[in-house]
Design a protein around this ligand. Structure first.
Ligand SMILES: Nc1ncnc2c1ncn2[C@@H]1O[C@H](COP(=O)(O)OP(=O)(O)OP(=O)(O)O)[C@@H](O)[C@H]1O
Ligand SMILES: [Mg+2]
Length: 403
């Protein structure tokens, strides 16, 4: 096991860690006394007055850095940004051409010199430099919403990461946030943030089960007394359901459809349980035999069958988590039900299907797409709260890479 400072060989990473280690200590002294003492003992680093000054003018942020969508909660204001995690890059100049909704509109439609990329895959950072640029853009944009826009905001940031990530992946999320000009970055496990955002009693001695079905990952967690007791994370979620629709169209109709078409079909007619009234949807793409454009009308029954693989994988994971959950906590889940969060929870009938397969009551959280951001937001709104301090302290435990 090495110290971070010696194992990071990238210029940016080293700079990022230097910024992290030198500036966060000062702020922690007031808001995280326990963590501060530990860090001071370990690192013996003092307060950096310049960064504290930046802090006085910045608003703290809670960020859900999702595979599909990034949401930013600004302390004192609420969620001000909710945009797709997509960046369009000009290959000639290597500069960012567009970010967010504007970039997503370009997916599959860009001219040769521009590529639209999704820099997160399966919930984790696949392209570090692009994530950093995207975060820098969103952090700046979040401050542009404030009454006095800042030239160079340096906020404290709480950023959600999937609970199944490795130490190195956690550190990458923190470094990307720091390099995007945050003055302190804390990671929090997404299911914990989602549970807080959904209003579950995370600090009580009551078992709460949260299932966050996003674009890249499905996270299943049982939380009690401020900690994650059981945690299952699989890299099967909304994106894989889209991919299953693409495969279904190819297999059954020799039709090649794009990602956006598949997602639209899923939202309109995808389901996990028989619908009260089955519907039809038109898939448009290219005929693989003739090479010509083709439109095919398919039924929700066919689509349900086409996506049954990933849907089953998600349900299986929930069942496995329940099997591992201690009996006292299972009793709580039976009483209070399973809470679903994330965009994937909106798949028609998924709640009914999970209820049928687990024999547990199932509720979809209010505004499931924003649960993680609202949870991270609650943490930045209440940095001083002991429960949140403890949760954040635990979440940072991987400050040192196990290489
Ligand atoms: N009404 C809907 N029905 C079915 N799926 C939906 C619906 N609305 C959104 N989705 C899907 O939800 C997913 C995005 O959800 P969300 O924003 O929670 O993911 P994310 O947080 O970006 O991803 P991750 O947590 O895996 O990193 C996409 O796959 C999207 O297609
Ligand atoms: Mg998510």
């Amino acid at each position: 096991m090495h110290d971070d400072r010696h194992t990071l060989d990238r210029g940016k990473g080293v700079e990022g860690f230097a910024l992290y280690s030198s500036c966060r200590i000062g702020d922690l002294s007031s808001s995280f006394p326990q963590l501060f003492n530990t860090l001071r003992a370990e690192q013996n680093v003092g307060l950096n007055p310049i960064n504290s000054l930046f802090g006085a003018f910045s608003r703290d942020l809670g960020i859900d850095l999702g595979t599909a969508n990034t949401l930013v909660h600004v302390r004192g204001k609420g969620i001000v940004i909710s945009e797709p995690s997509v960046v369009a890059i000009d290959l000639r100049t290597k500069r960012v051409h567009a970010v967010g909704a504007e970039a997503k509109a370009m997916v599959g439609k860009t001219p040769a010199n521009i590529v639209a990329v999704r820099p997160l895959k399966d919930g984790v950072i696949a392209d570090f430099d692009v994530v950093e640029k995207m975060l820098a853009y969103f952090i700046k944009k979040a401050h542009a919403h404030s009454a006095v826009p800042l030239m160079d905001p340096r906020p404290r940031v709480v950023v959600g990461v999937p609970s199944g990530v490795t130490e190195v992946e956690k550190r990458a999320a923190r470094d990307a946030t720091l390099n995007a000009k945050a003055r302190e970055a804390f990671v929090v496990e997404e299911p914990m943030a989602a549970a807080i955002g959904a209003g579950l009693p995370v600090e009580e001695p009551i078992g709460s089960m949260i299932v966050d079905i996003g674009g890249g990952t499905t996270e299943v967690a049982v939380i009690s007394l401020g900690g994650i007791v059981i945690n299952h994370s699989i890299r099967t979620a909304g994106d894989e359901i889209d991919e299953a629709i693409i495969q279904f169209a190819r297999r059954e109709y020799n039709l090649l459809i794009g990602e956006r078409m598949a997602e639209r079909a899923k939202i309109a007619a995808g389901s996990a349980y028989p619908l009260e009234e089955e519907i039809k949807v038109v898939l448009r793409g290219r005929d693989l035999l003739t090479g010509l454009p083709k439109a095919v009308e398919v039924s929700s029954v066919e689509i349900r069958d086409g996506i049954s693989g990933p849907v089953y994988a998600i349900i299986q994971e929930i069942r496995l988590a329940l099997e591992e959950t201690p009996p006292e906590l299972v009793a709580d889940v039976m009483e209070h039900g399973i809470t679903l969060a994330g965009g994937g929870s909106l798949l028609h009938g998924l709640d009914k299907r999970i209820a049928a397969e687990t024999r547990m009551p199932v509720h979809i959280a209010e505004d499931p797409l924003s649960c993680v951001a609202r949870g991270a937001g609650k943490m930045v709104e209440n940095f001083e709260n002991k429960v949140y301090q403890d949760i954040l302290t635990r979440s940072q435990s991987s400050r040192r890479a196990k290489l």
